[in-house]
Design a binder for this molecule. Structure first.
Ligand SMILES: Nc1ncnc2c1ncn2[C@@H]1O[C@H](COP(=O)(O)OP(=O)(O)OP(=O)(O)O)[C@@H](O)[C@H]1O
Ligand SMILES: [Mg+2]
Length: 425
C-alpha cells in the first residue's frame, strides 16, 4: 500500500482507483444512464411506458429527493428510444432556477421552428427594432435563412395554446427533469395547460415531467383539469432487496466480496436510498482496491464510512453540525443520542414519546421535558433546521436522507467510543 510519505498527494491511490473503473460503477452523484447498472423498479418502468404509449396521456414522476427519479426517467426514455416507440424527436431538459415556461417552450420551438404556424408569428430583427416591442431572441439559425438574419419571436406568443398548435401533429417526447426548481406557479400552471391542450388535440407528442414533490398537485400548481390526461406516479424508496442488488451488482463487477455483517450494516444505513448504496459501495470498494483486499469486513467498513461521511452532501453535514455545535460534551452527546433515536423511529413522523422510548434502549433516561427542550433548539417550521415541526408535538427530518447520514455518523461515534474505552485515543 502506498503510504503518506511516498504518495503525499494520493496520486498512486488515485491511479489504482482510476484503473479499477470503480467510479463508473458506483456513482453516488449522478443518475444511472446504463441499463446494466439500473436495479429493480421493473413494474414502475413498465407503468411509465404504458402511460406514454396511451393516446392522450402524459406522465408525471415525483417523489422525495434522491429516490432515483432521474435514473428511472433516463432508463425508460432510452428503452423507448431503442425500441423505436418514441417515433419522433426525443428532447431532454434538466431545469435550472432560471427556467420558465418560455425557456422550456423555446427548446421545442428550436426543434420545430420550420412549422408554418409559428413561422407566421416570427419577425425579423429589423422589424423588431421598428416595432420596439418586447421580444426575445430564440437564438436559432433558421433553415434556409442566412446567419445574419436571425429571427425573433414575441415572448407574448409563447403561450400554451400556441405551443400546443405547434405540436399538434408532431411525434416526439419531451422529458423535463428537475421541474420542481421552477419557482413561479404560473410557469407550472402553463405547462399543465399545455399538457391538457395536447391531450385535447390528441397530439402524438408526449410530455414526461419529473420532479421532487410529496404530491403531484405541487408540480401542476393545482391545475384543475390536467389530472385526466396526466398519469401521476410516485417513486418510493427502494426495497432492501433492491439496495442489496445495487451493492452486489457493483461488487461483482469489481470481484470484491462483503462479509454478511457489512452487507446488513449497509442495507440498514441506506434506508431505501440508492444514493447511499452508491456512496458506501464506492468507499468500501476504494478501501479494498487501495489496500489490495478482496473481502470487506467490519474494520475496513468503518474506514469506508469515515470517507463516506466526509464526502456526504454539504446540506446534510451542515444541518447535523448546526444542531450539535457550541454544545458542551455532555450536551452534545445528548443531542447526538436524541437524533439517533429520531433516526430509528420506523416512520417519517415521530413524537417526544417515541423519542423517549427509543432513548431508553440506549440507557439514556432523559425526561420528556428535557427531550422536548433539546428538540426545540434544533426545530423550526421551515427547512433551515434538522427537524421540522409538522404539528404540535409531531416532528420530521427536513431532509429524509438525514436518517442515513445519522446512521453513518453513529458508526463512527461507536468506533471512537470503543477506541477510547481501549485507551487507543
Ligand atoms: N434503479 C437504480 N439502480 C441503481 N442505482 C440507482 C437507481 N436509481 C437511482 N440510483 C442511484 O441513486 C442515486 C440517486 O439517483 P437519482 O439522481 O436518479 O435520484 P433523483 O430522485 O433524481 O434525485 P434528485 O431528487 O436529487 O433529483 C444516484 O447515485 C443513482 O446512480
Ligand atoms: Mg434527479
Amino acid at each position: 500500500m502506498a503510504t503518506q510519505v511516498d504518495d503525499p498527494y494520493g496520486i498512486k491511490k488515485e491511479e489504482l482507483i482510476k484503473d479499477s473503473g470503480v467510479r463508473t460503477i458506483f456513482t453516488p452523484n449522478k443518475p444511472i444512464n446504463s441499463i446494466d447498472l439500473f436495479m429493480g423498479r421493473k413494474d414502475i418502468v413498465k407503468s411509465v411506458i404504458e402511460g406514454l404509449n396511451t393516446p392522450g396521456q402524459h406522465l408525471l414522476l415525483y417523489g422525495d429527493r434522491g429516490v432515483g427519479k432521474s435514473s428511472l426517467a433516463n432508463i425508460t426514455v432510452s428503452i423507448l428510444d431503442n425500441s423505436d416507440m418514441v417515433n419522433g424527436k426525443l428532447i431532454t431538459k434538466r431545469c435550472s432556477s432560471q427556467d420558465t415556461f418560455e425557456t422550456l417552450a423555446n427548446e421545442l420551438i428550436e426543434e420545430y421552428i420550420n412549422e408554418p404556424y409559428l413561422s407566421e408569428k416570427i419577425i425579423s430583427s429589423k422589424h423588431k427594432e421598428e416595432a420596439g416591442a418586447k421580444i426575445m431572441g430564440i437564438g436559432a439559425s433558421l433553415g434556409n435563412e442566412t446567419q445574419s438574419s436571425k429571427k425573433f419571436i414575441y415572448s407574448n406568443d409563447i403561450t400554451p395554446s400556441n405551443i400546443a398548435k405547434l405540436l399538434k401533429d408532431k411525434k416526439g417526447l419531451y422529458l423535463i427533469d428537475e421541474f420542481d426548481i421552477l419557482e413561479d406557479d404560473k410557469d407550472k400552471h402553463n405547462l399543465a395547460q399545455l399538457i391538457k391542450l395536447l391531450s385535447d388535440y390528441q397530439s402524438p407528442f408526449k410530455i414526461f415531467v419529473v420532479g421532487i414533490s410529496q404530491s403531484g398537485t405541487d408540480l401542476t400548481a393545482g391545475h384543475p383539469s390536467v389530472n385526466r390526461c396526466l398519469k401521476e406516479i410516485k417513486l418510493e424508496r427502494m426495497t432492501n432487496k433492491e439496495i442489496k442488488d445495487i451493492i452486489d451488482n457493483g461488487m461483482k463487477k469489481l470481484s470484491i466480496e462483503l462479509s454478511d455483517q457489512v452487507n446488513s450494516l449497509i442495507i440498514g444505513i441506506c434506508n431505501g436510498y440508492p444514493h447511499f448504496a452508491h456512496l458506501i459501495g464506492l468507499k468500501c470498494a476504494e478501501e479494498a482496491i487501495i489496500n489490495s483486499i478482496k473481502k470487506i469486513t467490519k474494520s475496513s467498513f468503518v474506514n469506508a464510512i469515515d470517507n463516506a461521511v466526509k464526502d456526504a452532501e454539504g446540506t446534510l453535514k451542515r444541518l447535523y453540525d448546526n444542531a450539535t455545535q457550541n454544545a458542551s460534551e455532555t450536551k452534545k452527546r445528548n443531542i447526538q443520542l436524541i437524533l439517533k433515536a429520531c433516526s430509528t423511529c420506523n416512520h417519517d413522523d415521530f413524537t417526544i414519546n417515541d423519542i423517549s422510548k427509543k432513548l431508553k434502549n440506549y440507557a439514556n433516561e432523559l425526561s420528556n421535558k428535557t427531550v422536548s427542550d433539546y428538540i426545540r433548539q434544533f426545530t423550526s417550521d421551515n427547512s433551515d433546521s434538522i427537524l421540522r415541526r409538522i404539528k404540535k408535538g409531531v416532528y420530521r427530518f427536513n431532509d429524509p436522507r438525514m436518517v442515513s447520514y445519522i446512521k453513518m455518523k453513529e458508526n463512527l461515534l461507536e468506533r471512537d467510543r470503543l477506541a477510547l474505552k481501549h485507551g487507543e485515543i
